[in-house]
Design a protein around this ligand. Structure first.
Ligand code: ATP
Length: 631
């Protein structure tokens, strides 16, 4: 055992010089806290530091764990990766980072037998993702069964909100439902009953799984007590995106019994309203959990000029927005934020590609220092822009592109996919300490070889080396090909042991997520192999090292780039935007705030007008931003 507890007063942040004063206050708080902070304030970094603080000081001591709940898989994976960077491995193992869905599903799976029989799903069950059309049909079926006096009410449910708000905000009765006394109760009961018992195998949505998880904990105080003892500290990231069901689950499970819940987020980046995020999550949390609010006022990401412009948008979202203090130095003395105006998409694409090529050369930047953001349809923009990029020797990568049943971006942050990639790097002869650490810690976890078990770890090290030696021998003399890429993926996952990965990593509780990711890894490697002459090149293509990423603003949440281009700031891309609609302005805010040094907005009149979005341009004008013709 190398680690010794540090006294709380002596603890210092890891990997960064310091925290801002209010972050120190929040970090040391024993009770529940809401940390509200703008973009680049270091919210994820703060959580990673608080995890290090709690674990290294022994305030959260073994076998206790920290539970971090995120909204999206990539956010959960990024946070776990940050904690691994900040904490010794023997402590990082007690940081469990999951999505809400993975966590609530794991509760249902683990305590299946404790679910009251009249709500108990079959085992196994399927996961359903009903489309709007399917919700409409189901509601209409329910209306047909309802007594005449209730039919009008059932017809009034909004299909878009029925699941997220009506089901999500409803608690299931512990006892068997005796009598359904309102139209709401009738509709909710039949909706759930159909998912549970409508076919031989139950088909449940994640909202239903959430409701069942809440029920099983509420109905079984011993289970909830055990859960609270295991997780005395709970973090919730991106709290502004918390849905009705998720909030209610948190409330039911962790608002009592002494759990310290730290909820971190930015109400100005609330762009998941369509997915059922509640508007008042922070206020409710503060009231229900007795949480104390801490506002962070620094921005560690963006240059002072970018922070100045961001403030104009922040104020449109919240007139009380505090003035933020930029901590990052500006590297550019002009043209930090601009609007480029063109009258042909060809001219726009050409100018963009040439500009990036020149900037990369002048400022010695890499392709991944840039990003092209779009509001929607990245595939269309990719098709339109790729030729211009190819003409100057650059390549674009649409991070939302489908790879089998997943997409490039999700695959890149997937745990199993990253372990397999580490194995490939090592087998292909790359000497990478990070890859070795990634692979070996995964194998130790899979084999249950903890820190103290030197024998088991030595054995695992030898097996890894033997496996890499054999794989390396078979591939190093061969050029990559699709067949070989498929074979390599198969061998790596066979070595890792698919069933053991599923048992070990909580993220794979969704029935087929692991299969989806294994299939995706194989397909992505096959694409890369088909275009590469060496394994090194193949790995670079797989990862996209030499590609300029393109993605939707939604996918860019939490990420940062030196230079951000927003392509298509026009009415066609923003067709659903209505003036003063906070979700649209928040989307614009998220895009602008991904930039560290420069943000450029592109408008091409061939794509659409700029009436609906005129207020977004107005904010830039108010901030004194120039428009430049680029024909
Ligand atoms: N205390 C700190 N000192 C130095 N750098 C920091 C500190 N906190 C965060 N950073 C850096 O600032 C950048 C932004 O941090 P982070 O991604 O955690 O911000 P965030 O608040 O989650 O942002 P957003 O909401 O915009 O996604 C990162 O590059 C991070 O490494």
């Amino acid at each position: 055992m190398t680690w010794r507890p540090v006294a709380p007063e002596a603890w210092r942040p890891r990997g960064i010089l310091n925290l801002e004063p209010s972050a120190w206050t929040a970090l040391r708080r024993a009770g529940s806290t809401s940390v509200v902070a703008g973009p680049g304030a270091g919210k994820s970094e703060f959580l990673a530091q608080r995890a290090a603080y709690l674990l290294e000081t022994g305030l959260c001591k073994a076998p206790q764990q920290i539970l971090a709940i995120s909204f999206k898989t990539d956010a959960a994976a990024n946070l776990a990766a940050r904690v691994r960077q900040r904490c010794p491995p023997e402590l990082a193992g007690r940081f469990t980072s999951l999505t809400f869905d993975a966590f609530t599903k794991s509760v249902v799976d683990r305590f299946h037998a404790a679910i009251p029989q009249h709500w108990r799903p079959t085992r196994p069950y399927d996961i359903g993702f009903p489309t709007r059309r399917m919700v409409e049909e189901e509601l209409s079926r329910i209306r047909g069964m309802a007594q005449p006096a209730w039919q009008t009410r059932v017809a009034e449910f909004f299909p878009d909100r029925f699941e997220t708000q009506d089901i999500g905000g409803h608690r299931l009765a512990v006892g068997a439902p005796q009598q359904l006394s309102t139209a709401e109760e009738f509709a909710i009961y039949h909706w759930l009953h159909h998912q549970l018992f409508g076919a031989r195998v139950s088909k449940l949505t994640f909202v239903t799984l959430n409701r069942l998880a809440e029920l099983v904990l509420r109905a079984n105080p011993r289970i909830v007590r055990a859960l609270r003892m295991t997780y005395p500290c709970v973090f919730v990231d991106e709290f502004q995106d918390t849905s009705f069901a998720q909030y209610d689950f948190l409330l039911s499970t962790f608002s009592q019994g002494g759990t310290a819940v730290t909820a971190v987020g930015d109400h100005k980046q609330r762009i998941m309203g369509w997915a059922g995020a509640r508007q008042d999550a922070f206020e409710r949390f503060e009231a229900d959990f007795g949480a104390h609010r801490v506002n962070l006022l620094f921005n560690f990401r963006s240059s002072p000029e970018l922070v100045r412009v961001q403030h104009f948008v922040a104020r449109a979202l919240d007139p009380q927005s505090p003035q933020i203090q930029a901590q990052a130095a500006g590297q550019l003395d002009r043209d930090v934020v601009q609007v480029w105006k063109s009258n042909s998409t060809a001219a726009e694409g050409q100018r963009l590609a040439q500009w990036i090529a020149a900037d990369m050369a002048a400022r010695q930047k890499q392709p991944r220092d840039y990003v092209l953001l779009v509001r929607q349809r990245p595939d269309q923009f990719e098709e339109e822009l790729q030729p211009g990029f190819a003409a100057v020797g650059l390549s674009l990568r649409n991070e939302s592109r489908a790879v089998g049943r997943t997409n490039v971006q999700d695959l890149m942050v997937d745990e199993a996919g990253s372990v397999a990639l580490a194995a490939l790097r090592l087998a292909a002869g790359q000497r990478s300490a990070t890859a070795w650490l990634k692979l070996s810690s995964a194998v130790y976890a899979i084999r249950g070889a903890d820190e103290a078990d030197e024998l088991l770890r030595d054995r695992a090290d030898r097996d890894i080396q033997d496996f890499l030696g054999r794989l390396g021998q078979d591939i190093r003399g061969e050029a990559p090909s699709t067949e070989l890429a498929a074979e390599v993926t198969r061998r790596i996952f066979a070595f890792l042991d698919v069933a053991a990965i599923r048992r070990t990593f909580a993220a794979y509780t969704r029935n087929d997520l692991l299969e989806i990711m294994i299939e995706g890894s194989s397909l992505q490697l096959q694409h890369a192999a088909a275009e590469s002459a060496t394994w090194r090149e193949c790995i670079d293509r797989y990862v996209g090292t030499n590609d300029i990423p393109m993605m939707t603003v939604h996918k860019s949440k939490g990420l940062e780039y030196d230079t951000v281009f927003f392509v298509g700031l026009d009415d066609r891309s923003w067709w659903s935007h209505t003036p003063r609609n906070p979700e649209g302005i928040a989307t614009f805010f998220v895009a602008l705030s991904r930039a560290k040094q420069r943000a450029i907005f592109l408008f091409c009149e061939r794509r659409g007008a700029r009436e609906r979005v005129s207020e977004l341009y107005q904010m830039l004008t108010d901030a004194g931003i120039e428009e430049v013709e680029v024909n």
